[in-house]
Design a protein around this ligand. Structure first.
Ligand code: HEC
Length: 141
């Protein structure tokens, strides 16, 4: 009788241990994944654009964006065809935090109700990427 008790006690203890071990491993894996994700993000953000990309982005910006978002990226109120619109300020914390994918989307599709034009017919994908690189380096560093 004693033996059986001892055995089942031991197996309960080992179940508890194994249980704890499992949750711990699961947590560490999630933490590791989060850390990897973070590293990947900062690696992507840290890629330095080439001078050619910046120069290309600068001329696109001056030609297509500056009249509303201003030469210095500060945006603000502008009159376009008699309508006052409020262009986004690229120097703001909010715009620093917004990821590239969102920039590409807004630039390509525009925000018609707010006065931000769509550029997918005027600029290539590469040009849109260059102009975002220019905004990041020039206004957000
Ligand atoms: C005719 C004026 C005008 C021009 C030209 C213009 N924008 Fe905008 N843009 C706006 C306005 C107004 C908004 C703010 C929309 C809003 O309030 O949501 C905006 C918003 C944006 C946003 C989204 C910000 C957000 O709220 O998430 C991005 C990105 C952007 N513009 C990039 C550009 C780039 C790059 C160019 C040049 C290729 C450009 N814009 C040209 C007026 C303009």
């Amino acid at each position: 009788m004693k033996g059986i008790f001892a055995a089942s006690f031991l197996s309960i203890v080992s179940i508890i241990f194994v249980g704890c071990g499992e949750t711990n491993t699961a947590n560490t894996t999630t933490d590791k994944n989060a850390a990897n994700q973070k590293n990947q993000n900062s690696a992507a953000a840290a890629t330095t654009p080439s001078p050619a990309e910046i120069a290309g982005g600068a001329s696109i910006y001056k030609e297509h964006c500056a009249k509303c978002h201003k030469e210095d990226g500060s945006g603000g109120k502008v009159d376009v065809d008699g309508v006052t619109i409020n262009a986004e300020n690229f120097v703001s914390e909010k715009m620093k935090k917004m990821d590239d994918a969102k920039y590409y989307k807004y630039i390509a599709k525009g925000i018609p109700d707010e006065g931000m034009p769509a550029f997918e017919d005027k600029l290539t994908e590469a040009q849109i990427k260059d102009v975002v690189k220019y905004i990041r380096t020039e206004f957000q560093n």
